[in-house]
Design a protein around this ligand. Structure first.
Ligand code: ATP
Ligand code: MG
Length: 389
């Protein structure tokens, strides 16, 4: 099987053979030089988006506004973006317009950090207009140009600084860090959707704890209050295999005034997080029990337990939770042998809420071993208790 780099060179060759300039750029070049894995390959070119689309059989205009076409070749895909100059930035986040350019230097100068502004041609020659190679060698994250201007243009770059600490184990250049410390309140203007996206990357890179320590030290967390206690705690406590769900639930639990609804997660994710937070509160000094494990489900209980375990290492109930779950007489309401449908058929009761209350009672009695999940037993109990029959 060919590597992604080999196929990427084919993409460059097609562009070059048609008279365009084309380079690998950004994160891929940085990671290639650091000999670390890169998830994707970005290509920058003088070809206009329509020209790129005409040159390849399978393409998708994934970011047409910003000049990005995804090119699919063999088993890989590549984001091919036209050289561009960014216009004025709006709301400390997005350029109001982009202008396509005919030279690579313009494109490199709009990028965030020197280590992210390296380009590589088809023969492996590096274009290094901003001393990125030297910073890569020194292990330094340094904004291109004036950091105050760069962070004011786009405040998300403040968080991106810490993403690269987490990914590369680098330190932050002195002027860049001063500027981060001055401008972090601009993060209040960034939508929490973007903040979620950034943290979802940061926490999965190997040096996330170092990044958390630096977020604390630079006071950047003061501008993300819902996450501040959680990040402070995690900066000194290891959390093995931390998922996004673990991270946000722990942070939201630790920030007393947090309103999960303010965050742009799906309703399902928000409900899961709220359930986890409730469970942590109930079980932090107490045991999980059959009813909790049935009501919240295995996965949610295990996530809450993982968080309890980090908050208090002696509180690991995972084996107990799994064995209780396996031993539950029912796992869902539909496992009941006597159902709402039976109540409808056997009685005059038509009120769905009332029927629901009876079903809840049956579930409770079964889970607490007061009743067996048997049609005749449940029918007899229901008729006697609720219908005097
Ligand atoms: P990762 O490996 O974590 O994906 P990356 O460097 O590939 O890191 P991306 O967010 O995928 O980061 O962006 C690709 C490139 O686009 C960056 O290397 C950088 O050159 C440029 N870039 C991305 N976002 C910004 C931004 N907000 N401001 C300036 N340049 C940016
Ligand atoms: Mg990337």
């Amino acid at each position: 099987m060919k590597t992604q780099l080999e196929i990427g060179k084919k993409v460059l060759k097609v562009l070059i053979d048609h008279g365009h300039l084309a380079y690998f750029v950004g994160g891929f070049v940085r990671d290639f030089l650091l000999d670390t894995e890169s998830s994707d390959i970005d290509i920058t070119t003088s070809a206009l988006p329509e020209e790129t689309m005409n040159l390849f059989e399978i393409t998708r205009p994934t970011g047409l506004k910003y000049g990005t076409i995804t090119v699919f070749l063999e088993e890989y895909s590549f984001e091919v973006t036209t050289f561009r100059n960014d216009g004025f930035y709006l709301n400390n986040r997005h350029p109001d317009s982009v202008q396509f350019s005919t030279n690579l230097h313009d494109d490199l100068s709009r990028r965030d950090f020197t280590i992210n502004a390296l380009a590589m041609d088809i023969d492996g020659h590096i274009v290094d207009d901003f001393n990125g190679l030297s910073d890569l060698k020194k292990g330094i994250i340094k904004a291109i140009g004036n950091p105050n201007e760069r962070f004011t243009e786009d405040a998300l770059r403040i968080l991106r600084t810490f993403r690269f600490v987490s990914k590369c184990n680098f330190n932050i250049d002195e002027l860049t860090i001063d500027s981060v410390m001055t401008h972090h309140p601009l993060l209040h203007k960034i939508s929490n959707e973007r903040i979620i996206q950034e943290f979802s990357k940061l926490i999965h890179y190997p040096y996330y704890q170092k990044a958390f320590q630096m977020l604390v030290k630079t006071h950047v967390i003061d501008s993300i209050p819902d996450l501040s206690e959680g990040i402070t705690f995690l900066s000194t406590h290891a959390f093995e295999n931390m998922s996004d769900l673990h991270f946000y639930s722990l942070c939201f639990y630790m920030h007393i005034d947090c309103n999960v609804d303010n965050w742009k997660f799906s309703n399902k994710q928000k409900l899961t997080m709220q359930n986890i937070i409730n469970l942590i509160e109930v079980t932090k000094d107490d045991s999980f029990n059959e009813l909790l494990i049935y009501s919240y489900g295995l996965e949610t209980c295990l996530v809450a337990n993982d968080i309890n375990k980090v908050l208090n290492p002696s509180n690991d109930q995972s084996k107990y939770i799994k064995s209780v779950f396996e031993g539950l007489p029912i796992h869902k309401t539909c496992d009941l042998k006597f159902k709402g449908q039976d109540i409808l058929e056997l009685t005059e009761l038509k009120n769905a809420f009332k029927i629901g209350e009876i079903i809840d009672d049956l579930v409770y009695k079964i889970i607490t071993n007061d009743l067996k999940n048997d049609y005749d037993i449940l029918k007899q109990y229901t008729m006697k208790t609720y219908f005097n029959r």
